[in-house]
Design a protein. Sequence first.
Length: 250
Amino acid sequence: MGTDPSVYLLVLAVGGVAGLVSGVVGTGATIILLPVLVFVFGPREAIPIMAVVALMSNFAKITSWWREIDWRATAAYAVGGIPGAALGARTMLALPPTAVDAALAVFFLVMIPGRRWLAARSFKAGPLVMAPAGLAIGFLTGIVVSTGPITVPVFSAYGLARGAFIATEAAASMAMYISKAITFQSFGALPVDIAIKGLVSGSSVMAGTYCARLIVERLSIASFQYLLDIVMLVSGLTLLWSALRTLQFS
């Protein structure tokens, strides 16, 4: 991770903030922490490091809200998500993700009003919807670094909110990130030094996530939904900017 102490302080400080935000709304850690990891370690190392961080972040959410996890939704989502993430991770090693980033950005922005439109019509996503959704999102998760906000309309449509939403989404995503990490390891993209950097970076994210429970317990359902919309807006704009910037300099 380098010898300069400021490198450690920067990653740990931003990681704490990322964990707090992610612990409150269930997603967003990658969007906040990834630019710092790219700046410090470079883009090639940042992606597998973030995969380790994501595992630790999801573990913290699961243990914070263990009793509120909907295991039926988790299992249905993981059935598709595990093979999807493995296939996507293999694809990522040979595919430029710019077009996928742009497509996801548009999806996030469209789903801000779309999620509210579905909620107003009391649309519910049952277990039969979760498996194919997991397959599609798992594949995208394997290709790009962040698809966290794309799970928001899926688990919201299942009827989950606050702690139940955070923990169930984390448990389902955990299976995908384990699949992704194993795939990286099998292709030699996760050596020991990268794993250690991920563990150090993830420690601060976990600390922030555990602190977030104090905030979530005081949030109303309406406030929680507004925070989800904000995260999707920021995610969409960030991915769109990243895709356009990559095309500009390519």
